[in-house]
Design a protein around this ligand. Structure first.
Ligand SMILES: [Zn+2]
Length: 215
């Protein structure tokens, strides 16, 4: 397979960026330095009301792609769907060697208040800045649940559905790759949380590549 990188850029630490990926193109989200979460939102590029729905996609993947031999306890992240009532396939995961991500909430103003640092920058600020370029505000976003690439987060099996957070296992150069199944607007946040272990207590940049390939 030959592939062409048609766009490539670095999202600086503690910032966000929004950009379009056309149907058939591939999006690679890459650890620029390692141990850094990249929170990702996706919208139908032609109808911003149609948005990626994280937990819903997780549920569908659970039933679609059970890990052999462990049905009922694991699933493989394979396909990303939009929210009801659309329920369309938005992107397909095409390369995921690390396989350690989290479908759930990103950090917000409230998260930083709870950390004891009110006013500290959060993913909400990054998304707000990034989406402004496309005429979108946070009020237009259906849910703060996103695909948190490289987030080593699980739902605590001993809790009441609360989260258990550990430092990322990802290293420089690790990536997750998606193929767009529709034209999508992508918003990425290089998570600015240096308060918790989610980014191993230091914020870093994220690299993005958009590729076109031919078999
Ligand atoms: Zn964050």
């Amino acid at each position: 397979m030959s592939e062409n990188i048609i766009d490539e850029f670095v999202v600086p630490k503690c910032t966000g960026k929004a950009f379009k990926v056309n149907q058939g193109q591939r999006l690679r989200v890459i650890e620029y330095e390692g141990k850094q979460v990249a929170s990702l939102m996706f919208f139908n590029a032609h109808n911003y009301k149609e948005q990626f729905m994280a937990e819903f996609s997780g549920g569908l993947n659970y039933f679609q792609f059970p890990t052999p031999g462990s049905v009922g306890s694991h699933y493989r992240l394979g396909e990303l769907y939009s929210k009801v009532p659309y329920e369309n396939l938005m992107l397909r995961v095409t390369d995921n060697k690390l396989g350690n991500h989290f479908l759930g909430t990103h950090c917000t103003t409230k998260t930083m208040e709870i950390h004891g640092v009110p006013g500290h920058r959060s993913c909400s600020d990054n998304f707000s800045d990034a989406l402004q370029a496309f005429g979108l505000q946070l009020e237009d976003v259906y849910s703060p649940s996103v695909l948190n690439a490289f987030a080593n987060v699980t739902i605590d099996q001993k809790g009441d559905g609360v989260l258990h957070v550990e430092p990322p296992r990802s290293e420089k150069g690790d990536y997750i790759e998606f193929q767009a199944e529709m034209d999508v607007l992508v918003a990425v946040s290089a998570c600015p949380d240096d308060q918790s272990v989610i980014n191993d207590h230091s914020c870093k940049a994220i690299q993005i590549q958009i590729l076109e390939g031919t078999d």
